[in-house]
Design a protein around this ligand. Structure first.
Ligand code: ZN
Length: 312
């Protein structure tokens, strides 16, 4: 099996993870977390979203976060925008990259943004024009690409059709999102192959949730298909809005650990990233689901004086 030689890891924790936190995270803590993740070597982050502060109060400081982060190390900072107004606010705040999202399921799109998929895609065309005027890069995300909590299976041809429409409006990079953790390796293969057949020159990223403990298994499926970009969240932050208490995004450090053990380069310092995850855990005051942040990489050995007898 030939895996990619290197992959790009995008951390979405400060957006996808933080947005479901009930208590408002101070802006300076959000900025410090982003700066720390970048200092550990991550070169793409979804940092915030320009949504209505009434809908998502946690993201009300999007402009301040974007203004406050250290742009020095040359990472790409992506802001999620739900519509033209969000894109205008992102442009005003100096965003260089924005992310447009639509669901592959009509029912999920209706519950999420209250409009049909076709209307979401029409809205993207207006955003593309605005982004061109402001020189912002536009990425796409297709949520519920591997299953919908209301409709069940989502046909791969539906995902491919949306991807093709995004490509035709000039989007070159699309993430297939497993919003509620319904992906499995066969579904990953079906969706990726359908999207590739429909748009051969589209860059594909994979965004899995670990809701049913298949997160890294699905990452492996993506690696076997030659996909070179994956999204995760620091410490495994996040959750599933339809399954209270369920695990959120694939954990970035756990994914980086897997990549390194497969001999795949990420450019990320795993120990440094684990320190950031522990810092975020302390900041939020509850245990995060990440595993490697607790056990350390397998290269970290224990002293013999730590040995415990008679354990399985
Ligand atoms: Zn997610």
């Amino acid at each position: 099996m030939a895996y990619p030689k290197s992959v790009r890891i995008c951390d979405v924790g400060t957006r996808d993870g933080f947005q479901i936190e009930h208590d408002f995270i101070p802006t300076r803590d959000k900025i410090a977390t982003i700066d720390d993740i970048v200092a550990a070597g991550v070169r793409k982050l979804e940092v915030t979203s320009f949504v209505s502060p009434r809908a998502v109060p946690q993201m009300a400081d999007a402009a301040e976060v974007l203004a406050g982060i250290d742009k020095g190390p040359g990472a790409e900072f992506v802001a999620l925008v739900p519509n033209l107004r969000g894109a205008e606010n992102a442009a005003k705040a100096g965003a260089r990259s924005i992310l447009l999202f639509v669901s592959a399921s009509e029912t999920h799109n209706a519950t999420n943004v209250n409009r049909p998929i076709a209307a979401s895609l029409d809205g993207f065309r207006e955003v593309m024009a605005l982004a061109a005027r402001h020189g912002m890069a536009v990425h796409g995300a297709i949520s519920t690409s591997f299953g919908c909590p209301f409709e069940g299976d989502v046909p791969a041809r539906q995902v491919a059709s949306i991807a093709r429409q995004m490509r035709e409006m000039g989007i070159r990079h699309v993430a297939l999102g497993d919003t509620t953790g319904m992906a499995t390796p066969p579904l990953v293969r079906a969706a990726v192959e359908a999207v590739r057949a429909a748009c051969p020159d589209l860059a594909i990223a994979l965004h899995f949730h670990n809701t049913r403990a298949l997160g890294l298994v699905n990452v492996m499926a993506g690696l076997e298909l030659g996909i070179t970009e994956y999204e995760g969240s620091i410490g495994g932050l996040g959750g599933c809005p339809f399954a209270p208490g369920a695990t959120g995004n694939v954990c970035t450090e756990d994914m980086v650990n897997l990549m390194h053990e497969l001999g795949i380069e990420t450019g990320i310092d795993l120990e440094a990233l684990c320190s950031v995850a522990r810092k975020v855990e302390a900041m939020l005051g509850r245990q995060l689901p990440g595993q490697v942040m607790k056990a350390g990489p397998r290269s970290r050995l224990s002293g013999i004086d730590c040995a415990v007898r008679a354990v399985g």
